[in-house]
Design a protein around this ligand. Structure first.
Ligand SMILES: Nc1ncnc2c1ncn2[C@@H]1O[C@H](COP(=O)(O)OP(=O)(O)OP(=O)(O)O)[C@@H](O)[C@H]1O
Length: 321
């Protein structure tokens, strides 16, 4: 059984607009999801990408049973999410960055008690689980703080812990690291990665952040105007649009950088100890660029930066018409 299975999904919104005349309102139909099909296997981690208005939030709402499809079928953890919304709630966790599932005026700890009651979790189950989540997400310092007083980073850790208290098999995350600083994002990503590795949790996350995709997703699904525009891995997407990746090479001693075929030297930083080369995956590979650089430099470390997702999506949309 797939964690998610969607066939020919369509969801329309009817929008009524003033048409000028006082008594007439124009009725327009917006097709937010337009024949989308997808499958996510248990344990996969999928980045669900698309520009603003592409249909991501609508799809996630259909997957969780908040919205009813206009046509097509959805199975989430094998269940029809509209008919079996209660059963599904026990098996999935959802984090919508903008909408909190925590009780605003109560200390964070109370939200966990309430959620445990809603999910009918025995104390012997939820207390050790909360201790584990507390250790990993370092919630202890602010468990007694009312949610409204938490910083964004603290609240997001609380939201993720709340979504995972009942150990769901599928976690849906909407922009989990938006607005977080580099350290907080990294900590959250490390946690999600570990959770997935240990429990085999399936992840579907919408994001505009390349770092989220690089660190968390083994697959990306791109939607464009409610349809699937790409399904594969991130390097494949980058190759498809011909975007340039960046190889960052740290050296033990400065050298005069050499010209590397197929790559452009973007900059020399840190007193000559760091070189940045942009290269197109259609022309060369990170290994070939590195091999060239290493001919006359002593390489200490390296990393590859993927291009910005917004740029990649713009190019993909432009080329797919
Ligand atoms: N409640 C609604 N009523 C009418 N139209 C809507 C409604 N919600 C979304 N839409 C429209 O449906 C389309 C898809 O919107 P959706 O919010 O699913 O996109 P999204 O990919 O999640 O965008 P974002 O990245 O901005 O959150 C857009 O054209 C949007 O204007």
């Amino acid at each position: 059984m797939n964690a998610l299975e969607v066939h020919d999904l369509v969801r329309e919104y009817v929008v009524r607009e003033e048409s000028g005349s006082r008594f007439r309102r124009r009725r327009t139909v917006v097709r937010a999801v337009d024949g989308l099909s997808l499958r996510v296997a248990p344990g996969e981690s999928v980045g669900f990408l698309g520009a603003n208005g592409a249909g991501k939030s609508t799809t996630v709402k259909l997957l969780t049973g908040i919205l009813v499809p206009t046509s097509g079928t959805v199975r989430t953890c094998g269940l029809d999410p509209v008919a079996r919304r209660r059963d599904l709630a026990r098996r999935i966790g959802v984090v919508f960055g903008q909408r909190s599932q925590l009780w605003w005026d109560l200390p964070l700890r109370e939200s966990f008690r309430l959620l445990a009651a809603i999910h009918r979790l025995p104390r012997s189950v939820w207390e050790p689980r909360l201790r584990e989540l507390d250790e990993r997400l370092d919630l202890g310092r602010f468990l007694a703080t009312p949610v409204r007083q938490l910083s964004l980073g603290q609240r997001m850790r609380g939201e993720v812990a709340a979504a995972l208290l009942h150990s769901p098999e599928l976690l849906l995350l909407d922009e989990p690291t938006i607005g977080l600083d580099v350290l907080s994002s990294e900590r959250l990503r490390r946690f999600l990665d570990a959770e997935r590795a240990e429990r085999g949790t399936t992840l579907l996350l919408t994001t505009h952040d390349t770092g989220d995709v690089q660190r968390l997703c083994d697959r990306v699904l791109v939607v464009d105007r409610g349809r699937a525009a790409y399904d594969g891995d991130l390097p494949g997407l980058v190759r498809r649009v011909g975007a340039r990746r960046i190889l960052v090479v740290d050296l033990r001693a400065p050298v005069t950088p050499r010209t590397v075929p197929g790559a452009e030297l973007l900059g020399v930083e840190e007193g000559g100890l760091r070189l940045r080369y942009a290269f197109s995956a259609q022309e060369t590979t990170a290994a070939q660029v590195l091999a060239q650089v290493a001919q006359d430099a002593d390489v200490r470390d390296l990393s590859v930066e993927e291009p910005d997702i917004a740029d990649v999506l713009r190019t993909l949309y432009a080329t797919s018409g």
